[in-house]
Each structure stands twice: as C-alpha cells, then as structure tokens.
Design a protein around this ligand. Structure first.
Ligand code: MN
Length: 503
C-alpha cells in the first residue's frame, strides 16, 4: 500500500534577466541536464522533474502555487545557478505549502583554472547566488534542508534521497486518517495528546471508533475467506502443532483470521493509514488482535497499542520513509533489561504487536494465553530480529509542542534462545550505552512505545522533523548527558519564545 510511483519533486532553478538570453539558455540547458542526470543516477527514490528557469517574482509565485496544487509533487529542490535577487522569492516562498530543499551545488565540478574568464564567472555564480537565496529563507525563518556539494557526488545524492523519503512521509501524512478503536489505556499519560494540534501541525486526523463497529465488520466475514487466509498462514509460517488443520486450537486461528479480515475491510473502507487498539476495550472481540496487527503493519499500516495514536502515525511515517529499503519497521516497546555490568542491553517486544517486516527468519505462528485483558488466548507470530544498526523514535506532546526523540541502537542476537518467550522480540544495545541513552531518553520524556526501524535513518527522521516543525533530539554515539540536559533546557526556552520570534 506504500508506493512512490507517480510521486515527484520539482527541480527549480532561479536566475534573473541581467545576463541576457544566451546565459539564460545555458542555465536552462544545464538545469535540465542536472535533473535528468540525477534521475539517471538511480540513487533517488523519486522522479526529478525539470521546471523552466524562474527569473521574475510572478513566475516564482506561480511556480510555488502550481507546486501546492500538484497532487504528485512532494516538494521542490531549489538552486540558483546564477544570482536571483531574493526579494523576488518572498511572495512565492510565502505561498509555498510544500517542503523545499536548497541544493547548493554547481554545474561544473572543477574550476577551469587556466581557462576561467568572466563569462564563466557570470554563468557559475551559485557560490554567492545561493547565499542570497539562503538569506531570505533564514530571514523568513523557513524550515528547509541545505545540501552542499557536487550534484553527481554520491553523498549529495544520498542526502537528497534521504530528504525525498522524509518529504514522501510528510506528503503521505497530509489528510491521512487514523482510526482509534476504543480510547486510551486508562490513566496512561504519554500516549495521550492534543489531536487537534496534531491535525493542524502534522496534517493527519485521529478519530475514535467504537469496538462495536469493528465487531460488526468482523462478524460478516464469510467462512470461505477464512479458509483462504488460514491456508495462507499455513504456507507462510511455521505453524504450531495445535494450530494446524488437525490441531485442537485451529478454531482460535480461524478466529484470528476472521479478526484480520474484518479489520482489514474496516480500514480499507475508511481509507485509514494507521490505527490503534486497546486491550481494555475489546467488547465483542474474542481475542486481542495480535496476528492481524502484525500482518497489517507488514502491509504498511501504522500501529500503536493502548490507544497510542502518535506512535501509530509515526510508525506509518517511518514505513513510508523506509519503503523499498532493506530492513523493516515496527511498533516497539522497551520491555525489559539485561543489566549486566559489561554490556547492558534492552529486550524490546510487545504483548503481541510486533511487525513481521523485522523478522530475521520465517516466523513461527503460535498461540499462548495473554495474562492481561481477560480474553481468549490470541494467535501471534514469534520471531527475533537480525543483528545490525537500527533506530528507535518517539513522538511526544510536551504541551506547547511536539518533540521527537531518536536513539541509535545496535541489534544483537539473544545470548541464548528465547525458547519460552511467546512473543516476537528484538535485543539491542543503545548508543552510546544503556546508561546514557536511557537517562537521556527519560529526561526527554521519551515514551515506552517507539517506532523501531532497520531501514529508516536518523537523517530521514531529522529531515521529517524539519519539514514538520518538530523539536528533534538525537541520542547517539556522541551524546553527552550534561550537554543533552542543557539542550533540553535551551529548547524549552526556544519553544516558549519562538512563537514571538517566528511571527
Ligand atoms: Mn504498550
């Protein structure tokens, strides 16, 4: 359900009429070649569409308005080949509602030392033209990414690709619908938040639905569909004996399939991209949806347990960012620790709802009782996660702003097989280490729920936060707790004052 096909970014080159038609023709030729070259590099996830060079305030404004209207345009790349007096950009940038990245590059990589003349200087002015453009962005306090370097260089293209993925997640969130079955887990604080503010700032709407509505959708599922789906389970997973076609708990698996089918229909009919459940509100459902959630997340749905709509939306955004890359993305929770002195680590899991996209090998389909919720034993996929770098991200409502905290972690293998653990899990060591990472996370108010990913990078999340106007905090290899505490205090001050600063 996540597909970048059809999505595009526009390559917009600014100039002016001072240099004559011949120079402008060259500027257009070069820009076109660059846009095409970037596409041909194969390093970008989206099409780059060349747009005619803009040279007047009216043309700039019209282009920005066109970008706003274009459904497939997720953002624009701006670049000043020559000098483009930036007052010409004010009206356009004021109107622009799409993210933009400032690519500070030059058509030529090398300076032609022995050949250089004034014509070359006139044509290749981005070194100062882009500074003029940069000033107006800063003067207008506009959020944007600045990428510096030769446009064919791998690191520049990677940085652009990273931004494109963030822009796609932003594009995806605009007008997105999130279904909340039941409300919040009673008395839990961090999963609460201002849904109106989220819709104003982040673009998605969160609305509650009675579990009865879901039950209705589940109850009309026909047996033939269940037959088909359990056959798919049989093919896809290592199925526990009691759940096999001749097993004593096959009926529970069929019930899980019924829930999956009903839930999927509900989500598809409502055009939802993410959803939440809560084990405290399951009236009419035989089991807490476990397998269903694991499989729907695999298809691209965002999910948050216990009514956690912020994490549901974040998981969805991360699934968009990481689309097509190696490694999966899941809802996750820091569950329990190994506090041995040498190498303290985290065991991450949830009651059931860990996405099968992060499984290291074929999941095993099992059934075990759930110790909370008072419902029938639910079916679930059990697996562990492959070793390698990953991120954990959280989104918090701090009362006057949304804050994103991200921790770099390294997934490792369990020291011994987790043969009695009835849920999917991941073991990781947070960077720089558990002591600093957990202290920083807790001081920042980071939630126990996260979006966990082995495909999404810190860079993508940072670009997303920039576009979305989120406070962004990283806990990683370089984190020093004293400095981090200061950053928290300074940010409190900044966000308190910034409303005045920005207007
Ligand atoms: Mn939880």
């Amino acid at each position: 359900m996540i597909d970048f096909k059809g999505l595009e970014v526009w390559f917009v080159t600014g100039s002016q009429h001072l240099y004559g038609e011949a120079v402008l023709k060259k500027v257009a030729e070069h820009s076109q070649e660059m846009a095409q070259g970037m596409v041909k590099s194969g390093k970008l996830p989206l099409k780059v569409l060349f747009k005619p060079v803009v040279t007047t305030p009216d043309a700039i404004t019209e282009l920005c308005r066109d970008a706003n209207k274009a459904r497939n345009c997720v953002g624009i790349i701006t670049w000043m080949h020559t000098f483009s007096p930036a007052k010409m950009w004010i009206a356009g940038l004021n109107a622009l509602r799409k993210p933009f990245v400032h690519l500070h590059t030059q058509y030529h990589r090398d300076l032609p030392w022995s050949e250089i003349d004034m014509d070359f200087m006139n044509l290749n002015q981005s070194a100062h033209g882009d500074r003029e453009f940069g000033f107006i962005g800063s003067r207008m306090r506009l959020n944007r990414k600045v990428i510096v370097g030769f446009w064919q260089d791998e690191d520049v293209l990677l940085s652009l690709a990273t931004w494109m993925r963030a822009a796609c997640a932003w594009h995806d969130a605009q007008g997105a619908r999130i279904a909340r079955f039941g409300d919040n887990m009673r008395d839990v604080a961090v999963t609460e938040g201002d849904k109106v503010e989220a819709q104003i700032q982040l673009g998605y709407s969160v609305n509650g639905y009675g579990v009865g509505d879901l039950v209705k959708s589940v109850s009309v599922v026909v047996d033939s569909e269940i037959d088909r789906l359990v056959a798919e389970y049989d093919d896809s997973y290592t199925v526990a004996k009691s759940l096999r076609s001749d097993g004593c708990q096959r009926g529970s698996l069929r019930e899980a399939a019924r829930i999956e089918l009903g839930l999927r229909t509900f989500l598809e009919n409502g055009g939802f991209k993410a959803f939440t459940t809560t084990f405290e509100d399951l009236c009419g459902l035989a089991q807490l949806p476990g397998l269903a959630v694991q499989r729907l997340m695999l298809e691209g749905y965002g999910f948050g347990a216990e009514g956690d709509w912020k994490t549901a939306a974040l998981v969805r955004a991360m699934k968009v960012m990481g689309s097509g890359l190696d490694g999966g993305t899941s809802f996750m929770e820091d569950y329990t620790y190994d506090l041995n002195k040498e190498n303290p680590k985290v065991l991450g899991a949830h009651m059931l709802e860990v996405c099968a996209s992060i499984a290291g090998s074929k999941p095993s389909l099992e059934i075990h009782p759930l110790s909370i919720g008072g419902k029938d034993a639910p079916a679930r996929l059990v697996f562990t996660v492959p070793s390698g770098p990953a991120v954990n991200a959280t989104l918090l409502d701090m009362g006057n702003r949304f804050r994103m905290v991200v921790n770099e972690v390294d997934v490792i293998q369990p020291e011994k097989p987790l043969s009695k653990l009835p849920v999917a899990s991941a073991v990781w060591i947070p960077r720089p280490n558990l002591k600093v990472a957990a202290a920083g996370w807790i001081l920042a108010g980071g939630a126990h729920h996260t979006g966990f990913s082995q495909s999404v990078t810190i860079g993508m999340l940072e670009d997303f936060a920039e576009i979305a106007g989120l406070e962004f905090l990283v806990i990683g290899e370089e984190t020093n707790l004293s400095e981090f505490k200061k950053e928290l205090r300074w940010n409190d001050l900044y966000y308190h004052l910034s409303k005045g600063l920005l207007s």
